[in-house]
Design a protein around this ligand. Structure first.
Ligand code: SAM
Length: 224
C-alpha cells in the first residue's frame, strides 16, 4: 500500500481519551511529527510506543512541509500529532494536509479529542449551528472580529488564554451586551474541569473576583 499521512488527535488531559485506532496508527507508522517532541514522548512512553518522533511546529512547518511530503512519497507513513486535541484545529496541520492533497497523497484524519466540541455540547447553549473562531487576534483586528461575532445569530466559540479571560469577557460584553449568555469551559477532561454557563456580566463578576484564573479555556457565546 502506498504511504499515507495520518492526522491523530491526542487527549486534552485525560489519557483514557486516546482511541484504540490512534494507538494502533501511532505504533504502525514509521515517523510521528509532533508539535512538542517532549510532550509527545511522554504520551508515547505511557503507551509503550517506540516510533521515532520529529518536530513539526508553527516555527518550522513552512520550511519542512515539502521535506515531509517527499518522505511520504518515498514510502514513509507519517502521523501528525499536536500537544493536545486535533492537529489543524488552532494547531499546525493545515499546510501539511493541503500539500499532501496537492500531491495526491491519501490523508486520513482520525476522529478524537478536540476542546471545542465538549465545551459546546456541555455549555447547554444551542449547538445545532455554531461558528468556531479559535483564538482572536491579540491586537490588530480584534475589535473587528468581536463586532462580526457579536452579530452572528448562532453560537460562537473562542479559544482564550486564562490571563486574558476576564478582558475577553469584558470585550464580549461591550459588543454583545452584558446579558448575553456565555459559557467558560475550563480544564476539560482534567481533575479541575469546570463548565460555567451564565450571563457575560455574571461570568465577569465570577472570574474577575479571582486572584488568578488558571487552566485552559474555551469560551462559548450564545448567538444574538
Ligand atoms: N488542537 C486543539 C484542539 O483540537 O482543541 C487546540 C490547540 S490550541 C493551541 C490550545 C487551546 O485549546 C487552549 O488555549 C484552549 O483554548 C483549548 N484547550 C485545549 N485543551 C483544553 C482543555 N483541556 N480545556 C479547555 N480548553 C482547552
Amino acid at each position: 500500500m502506498t504511504a499515507r499521512l495520518y492526522i491523530v488527535p491526542t487527549p486534552l488531559g485525560n489519557l483514557e481519551d486516546i482511541t484504540l485506532r490512534a494507538l494502533r496508527v501511532l505504533g504502525e507508522v514509521q515517523l510521528i511529527l509532533a508539535e512538542d517532541t517532549r510532550v509527545t514522548h511522554k504520551l508515547l512512553q505511557h503507551f509503550q510506543i517506540a516510533t521515532p518522533v520529529k518536530a513539526y511546529h508553527a516555527f518550522n512547518e513552512h520550511q519542512s512541509v515539502d521535506h515531509f511530503v517527499a518522505q511520504i512519497e518515498a514510502g514513509t507513513n507519517i502521523a501528525l500529532v499536536s500537544d493536545a486535541g486535533t492537529p489543524g484545529i488552532s494547531d499546525p496541520g493545515f499546510l501539511l494536509v493541503r500539500a499532501c492533497r496537492e500531491k495526491g497523497i491519501v490523508t486520513e484524519c482520525l476522529p478524537g479529542p478536540t476542546a471545542f466540541v465538549p465545551a459546546l455540547v456541555a455549555s447547554g447553549l444551542p449547538c445545532d449551528k455554531f461558528f468556531f473562531e479559535g483564538f482572536l487576534p491579540h491586537k490588530k483586528g480584534r475589535q473587528t472580529r468581536l463586532k462580526i461575532l457579536s452579530e452572528l445569530n448562532h453560537t460562537f466559540i473562542l479559544y482564550e488564554s486564562p490571563h486574558r479571560l476576564v478582558k475577553c469577557l469584558e470585550q464580549l460584553a461591550e459588543h454583545c451586551g452584558p446579558e448575553r449568555l456565555a459559557c467558560v469551559a475550563r480544564e476539560l477532561t482534567k481533575i479541575h474541569e469546570e463548565v460555567r454557563t451564565d450571563t457575560l456580566a455574571d461570568l465577569i463578576a465570577h472570574y474577575g473576583s479571582q486572584a488568578k484564573v488558571r487552566g485552559e479555556i474555551v469560551v462559548v457565546v450564545s448567538g444574538r
